[in-house]
Write a protein that binds this ligand. Structure first.
Ligand code: NDP
Ligand code: HEM
Length: 485
């Protein structure tokens, strides 16, 4: 051993007598319970894993900055969006359905979760690489995810289950069109866009309100695998995307995204042609042109995957003054779900971990709990007469708006042009190239041709795509060899 190497210790700092040998009764005899070095090592090993995320388990991330270049103070008073402001951030990319260790290149949406360490607390934009989603009510989220995960009996993924759910949930058509296109298999995380997807509330210092959507547009350009290339890349290297990002940042090739916003005046929402709170819809650019407002750059790799990436905890409920939630039902469901799962997965004090804790001072009255090390002192309650922290209602003034109505369980109110297929049709008709269309058809046919997909499901698959566009449905019909119902 060289002089400069430190001594091995237990986690209590006690020097360890051997890195190799357990204590035994004679060289060939049984081991002793008094060997607490061994006991601590094995017992800790037995507890090395926290549960993986129930969705988005496989991923990678990096640190960076968001720099705002335009003045949007007429829309929001959020300090993080002040012109010239630079804010440190952590961004985690992920696949959705696969477990830790699953192939990065699998056909799936990709998570694009941004944690902004603002001076007014952490602001998390927990989005995907798609501007929309499969469903519009959180009631269906666990069912949707179950259909993407594994069967109960044989623990296998099952394409019949997926098409069964999608064709019985026609609101999925827009997102499934994107998923089955080559955007479902991005070449790398650097070469895809991120979207906040939901509509959020912005309010300015004068308490005027707006609705906003976020788009992070890749400056590397969109680059996708074909289905065949993605399968080959995943077979060769299941960690293709983690490696790509880590190597690029490691050699100083720092990826950037242009942050765009679409801003809708508050009053427009009532009779906009699409329900602006329906997560299966975009706002067409011609209605609300995207405005460039800044640049997101990734420039630093994490040093410890478990501490910084596996234990990163994003929550759509982390909103800062100047930003609020919208009535999007999916967003409302997510406001509950993320902090709830973090308390289960990581523990009640997950916000004290370095990757999760805010950079500004915390003055909360929350205290104690497992593994808490930074605790409030007295006074431990509010209100108090001992100079404890006090809330300022004016900071969030502006996020309020009036809502009235009967308590119901119902679908969204339909606006003039709302349906399940129109925007998917626009994508097929107006946006896709002939090559995009050919690949979309080929990917659908390959996916729905899996041996487990039943004939009656295939018939519904043809009808589903005919509802998007007759030509698309006819081509899927020919590829699957069924006519539709
Ligand atoms: P536009 O022609 O103004 O915009 C279409 C947008 O589609 C582009 O700006 C690009 O956005 C995205 N796009 C381009 N090629 C593809 C592709 N092969 N697959 C998926 N998306 C692509 O039209 P609209 O705003 O009227 O939207 C028409 C359709 O485009 C929508 O129904 C939706 O399906 C799709 N779309 C619209 C977006 C929006 O926010 N309005 C965003 C993304 C898709 P980007 O660079 O952001 O990918
Ligand atoms: C992760 C729930 C919809 C993006 C998660 C996790 C849960 C969850 C429980 C695991 C979090 C963790 O353990 O850290 C839900 C529910 C939804 C929903 C209940 C709908 C009601 C969405 C939508 C998007 C999205 C619409 C994108 C627009 C993500 C991302 C992650 C994630 C990016 C991974 C975050 C990370 O990198 O740690 N979701 N989700 N989810 N979800 Fe959702």
């Amino acid at each position: 051993m060289t002089e400069s190497r430190p001594l091995t210790t237990t986690d209590s700092g006690i020097p360890v007598p051997s890195d190799e040998f357990s204590q035994s009764v004679g060289a060939d005899g049984p081991l002793l319970l008094q060997d607490h070095y061994l006991i601590q090592k094995l017992a800790h090993f037995d507890r090395e894993r926290v549960p993986e995320r129930v969705v988005h388990a496989k991923g990678g991330g990096a640190y960076g900055t968001l720099e705002i270049t335009e003045d949007v103070s007429q829309f929001t008073k959020a300090d993080v969006f002040r012109r010239g402001k630079r804010t440190e951030l952590f961004l985690r990319f992920s696949t959705v359905a696969g477990e830790l260790g699953f192939a990065d290149t699998a056909r799936d949406p990709r998570g694009f979760a941004v944690k902004l360490y603002t001076e007014e607390g952490n602001y998390d934009i927990v989005g995907n690489n798609t501007p929309i989603f499969f469903i519009r009510d959180p009631q269906k989220f666990p069912d949707f995810i179950h259909s993407q995960k594994r069967r109960a009996d044989n623990h296998l993924h099952d394409n019949n289950m997926q098409w069964d759910f999608w064709t019985l949930s026609p609101e999925s058509a827009h997102q499934v069109t994107l998923l089955m296109s080559d955007r479902g298999t991005p070449y790398s995380w650097r070469h895809m866009n991120g979207y906040g997807s939901h509509t959020f509330l912005w309010y300015n210092a004068a308490r005027e309100k707006f609705w906003v959507k976020y788009h992070f547009k890749t400056d590397q350009g969109i680059r996708n695998f074909t289905g065949t290339e993605a399968a080959a890349a995943g077979a060769e290297d299941p960690d293709f995307h983690i490696r790509d990002l880590h190597e690029a940042i490691g050699k100083g090739d720092h990826p950037t995204w242009t942050l765009q916003v679409q801003v809708m005046p508050f009053e427009d929402a009532a009779d906009y042609r699409f329900n602006p709170f329906d997560l299966t819809k975009v706002w067409p650019h011609e209605d609300y042109p995207p405005l460039d407002i800044g640049t997101l750059t990734l420039n630093r790799n994490p040093e410890n995957y478990f501490a910084e990436v596996e234990q990163a905890a994003f929550e759509p409920s982390n909103l800062v003054p100047g930003v609020g939630a919208s009535p999007d039902k999916m967003l409302q469901g997510r406001l509950f779900s993320y902090p709830d799962t973090h308390r289960y997965r990581i523990g009640a004090n997950y916000l004290q971990l370095p990757v999760n804790r805010p950079k500004n001072a915390v003055h909360s009255y929350n205290r104690d709990g497992s593994m808490r090390y930074n605790n409030p002192g007295d006074p431990v309650y509010a209100p108090n007469s001992f100079a404890g922290p006090v809330a300022d209602p004016l900071l969030l003034a502006g996020e309020h708006y009036e809502v009235t109505g009967e308590i119901v369980r119902s679908a969204h109110r339909l606006h003039a042009e709302d349906d399940d297929f129109g925007q998917a049709r626009a994508l097929w008709e107006k946006v896709m190239t002939d090559t995009d269309r050919d690949h979309l058809v080929a990917n659908i046919v390959a996916h729905a041709s899996a041996p487990e997909v039943r004939t009656e499901t295939k018939e519904r698959v043809v009808d589903y795509w005919r509802s998007v566009h007759k030509n698309l449905g006819d081509r899927v019909s020919r590829g699957l060899g069924v006519t539709g119902q």
